[in-house]
Design a protein around this ligand. Structure first.
Ligand code: TXA
Ligand code: MG
Length: 330
């Protein structure tokens, strides 16, 4: 369903950044590239703009948003940093890491953005366009991935356009993103906890902290409990096609999402094949993941069969997203 807005698409140059900041300041919705995925931004201090954002995405209101800021000083005005949070910010910001911190009561971020929680998710993105917009606006920007709720996250401006054209004001086209999976989310209230695997591998975080991260409890919709990262619903990132994981052979009519050497029986009968990384490079695979899922989905194959992906490094985030794409779909 379109809302009839005219969605402008601008290149991510100086004039584009100015227009993006002007739109955000006026309470409008702007999609922009970050190094992980494209985000759909709204002024985090403007409740009406955030309500509009939830509506444009078709997102459930209980799902809180990440506040993006230009640097550490701005982040400190939103949440309280303990020693662990400081160490992680220093090691990984700007970059694909989100910290969930105790919220400062005077942070100015609308209650709607934090869904009434007493914590706040904060991230300093590394992408130059994202950084330039945040610096020009001088306020925090909430930005979920710029897709319709439940769809695969967008890694190019064309993906954003196909989901949100007519529903948002502006798309900044900064080309394809570098990382391709969303930020890693670490809870820094009590002992540090991995709330969502993502663009910074768990191993790198554990190396900086010199101890293992606690694992967040299982997803909410499997056992009905309140999730710690409430957006991590089991069935999410869902293509139209069924997704079959750890495929070692192909059934008739299936499309193949390969990784490394495609030694899968029956692959010559694949409806279509995309290889996440022929050389078996997990970073390359992450950057292709969502785009290739969209492309295979567009072939109308009934099922996308996915070869096994190793679980270490960025493989943890890739497998997490693939499990969600496969979950709960009959
Ligand atoms: O890479 C990313 O993080 C991208 C780019 C655009 O920055 N953003 C993104 O946002 O992935 P989104 O809204 O799709 O995911 C935000 C996640 C959700 O799972 C949400 O539940 C969780 O962050 N979250 C937000 N605030 C939280 C809080 N206070 N406590 C726990 N989880 C929180
Ligand atoms: Mg998302």
């Amino acid at each position: 369903m379109k809302t009839g807005l005219t969605t402008k698409i601008l290149p991510a140059d100086e004039a584009g950044v100015k227009e993006a900041a002007r739109c955000l300041a006026a309470g409008r919705l702007v999609a922009f590239p970050t190094e992980t995925v494209y985000g759909l931004g709204a002024d985090a201090t403007n409740a009406a703009a955030i309500a509009h954002l939830y509506e444009a995405k078709g997102r459930p209101l209980f799902n809180p948003l990440i506040s993006h800021v230009a640097g550490f000083e701005a982040a400190r005005r939103l949440g309280r940093f303990d020693a662990v949070a400081c160490a992680l910010a220093q090691a990984f910001w700007p970059g694909p890491l989100t910290l969930v911190l105790p919220k400062r009561p005077d942070c100015g971020v609308a209650e709607l953005a934090t869904a009434g929680l007493d914590t706040i998710a904060v991230r300093v993105p590394a992408h130059p366009t994202a950084h330039a917009i945040l610096a020009a606006l001088g306020k925090p920007v909430v930005a979920p991935s710029a897709n319709l709720s439940g769809h695969v996250s967008p890694t190019s401006a064309a993906h954003v356009k196909s989901d949100l054209e007519g529903r948002i004001d502006l798309i900044m086209d900064g080309g394809p993103v570098a990382v391709g999976v969303e930020s890693t989310i670490v809870g820094c209230f009590g002992s540090p906890m991995l709330l969502r695997p993502g663009g910074v591998p768990r191993e790198e975080i554990e190396r900086v902290l010199d101890r293992p991260l606690k694992q967040a409890p299982a997803d909410a919709d499997s056992d009905g409990a309140q999730p710690l990262a409430p957006g991590m619903l089991t069935s999410h990132y869902a293509p139209r096609a069924k997704v079959r994981l750890n495929a070692r052979s192909l059934k008739p009519g299936e499309a193949l999402l390969a990784f490394g050497k495609p030694d899968v029986a029956g692959r010559e009968h694949a409806a279509a094949t995309m290889n996440l990384s022929e050389s078996g490079d997990l970073a390359e695979a992450a950057s292709h993941l969502f785009g290739y899922l969209r492309m295979l989905d567009a072939t109308n194959a009934h099922t996308i069969a996915v070869m096994p992906i190793p679980p270490h490094g960025l493989g943890e985030a890739i497998n997490d997203r693939l499990r969600r794409a496969a979950a709960g779909r009959e």
